[in-house]
Design a protein around this ligand. Structure first.
Ligand SMILES: Cc1ncc(COP(=O)(O)O)c(C=O)c1O
Length: 376
């Protein structure tokens, strides 16, 4: 399958001359080319791999080698960014001409796609998922116009926790749609089926977004990546700020990629706790429904969810209210905590649900009394 990059990419980005400097070619010697502080950093943190903090970072190649090994892909297929948030923004910035072109989002979904779309002045078209949180393929295909340049798909979905089948992604990639598909796999390591990132070998209009923030537990270092056809990755690299990842981020990312077994162990712990917590919530009478999930969170449908959410937060247990999203009426999104945190969550939830139910019962009695009085 060929990729008509010239037609897809914004003309100014296609013609962009990227920032280049002497360090791109010469990395050793007496380095007096980048206006660094030759007397060293005020912090005396020496890096054993020769990366010193007074130097601009240069370890991205090594980092990419480790990511490539981890995901079974090639170095040229990887762009590393400040969280996958950077890759989300770059995807829109590269392909959508401001004020002219569009992205499609499939709510309920990760709200950052719309926010980045709005910031980049892309029109944001919503094609909601079906009630069982799958792509509404007919509506999606009908919404596609030549102006649509990126379709964001989240799998497992946030907040749904539901995986989009590989066949559906392939169907979209093989349809008449000529723009990019951005497949966000932030939570893929929690899922029972593997990443679909191998599809980039066959489909040059696919960008897969992944992150170290979730399964590796490294949200604080801000490291994510995009996996795509090398010619697409070249454009991501052209557009990024020159040294987007800090030396510490690159170093910690490389260290963590040596600990993949540890990551899998933690994922297993999260999955076990998730299943236990979901079961306990299902047995809580006020919880109307708990949706199954392949992520480290799940949706729980609870009567008067907004009040419950507020009251729980006031008591120190913070979850997310998702009741305004399509097919999420009265839903709270609960991130799986440690066993101790989950115990407090369950106790607080039960107390709060009882309080809210009592309040509503009192209100109903008061209303009845008022009505009786006005009727008399
Ligand atoms: C679906 C999804 N994609 C991307 C991100 C952003 O991840 P990062 O921390 O890598 O920027 C999140 C964070 O919550 C997310 O839920």
């Amino acid at each position: 399958m060929s990729l008509d990059l010239e037609r897809l990419i914004r003309p100014n980005i296609l013609n962009l001359v990227p920032y280049r400097c002497a360090r791109d070619e010469y990395k050793k010697g007496i380095l007096l080319d980048s206006n660094e502080n030759s007397f060293g950093s005020v912090l005396s943190v020496e890096q054993e791999d020769g990366q010193e903090l007074h130097r601009y970072p240069f370890a991205y190649a090594e980092l990419k080698k480790k990511i490539a090994k981890f995901r079974g892909i090639r170095v040229e297929q990887i762009f590393t960014g400040v969280g996958s948030d950077e890759a989300i923004d770059s995807t829109i910035r590269i392909f959508c001409s401001p004020g002219k072109e569009s992205i499609i989002v499939t709510p309920p979904t990760f709200s950052v796609y719309k926010v980045r779309g709005d910031i980049n002045d892309a029109k944001v078209i919503s094609v909601p998922l079906t009630p069982d949180y799958q792509l509404n393929m007919d509506k999606l295909k009908k919404a596609i116009t030549p102006e649509v340049k990126v379709i964001f798909i989240c799998s497992p979905g946030n907040p749904t926790g539901v995986r989009i089948p590989r066949e559906d992604i392939i169907e979209l990639l093989e349809s008449d749609y000529k723009g990019m598909v951005a497949l966000d796999e932030a939570y893929v390591d929690f899922s029972t089926s593997p990443s679909d990132c191998d599809l980039v070998d066959k489909y040059p209009n696919l960008v897969v977004l992944q992150t170290m923030s979730k399964s590796f537990g490294l949200a604080g270092i801000r490291l994510g990546w995009a996996i795509a056809h090398p010619s697409v990755i070249d454009v991501f690299n052209k557009v990024k700020t020159p040294y987007n990842l800090s030396t510490m981020t690159a170093k910690m990312g490389m260290d963590a990629l040596e600990l993949v077994d540890e990551m899998h162990q933690r994922v297993k712990q999260v999955q076990q706790e998730r299943d236990k917590l979901m079961e306990s919530m299902r047995q809580t009478p006020e919880v109307k429904n708990v949706r199954s999930s392949e992520a480290n969170f799940f949706l729980a449908e609870i009567e008067h969810a907004h009040e419950v959410y507020r009251m729980m937060a006031d008591k120190g247990v913070v979850v997310q209210y998702k009741g305004k999203e399509p097919h999420c009426k009265d839903c709270l999104r609960v991130t799986v905590g440690t066993p101790e945190e989950n115990k407090v969550l369950l106790e607080t939830l039960k107390d709060v649900c009882k309080l809210v139910a009592e309040q509503h019962a009192d209100d109903a009695t008061e209303n009845k009394t008022k009505k009786r009085k006005t009727d008399q």
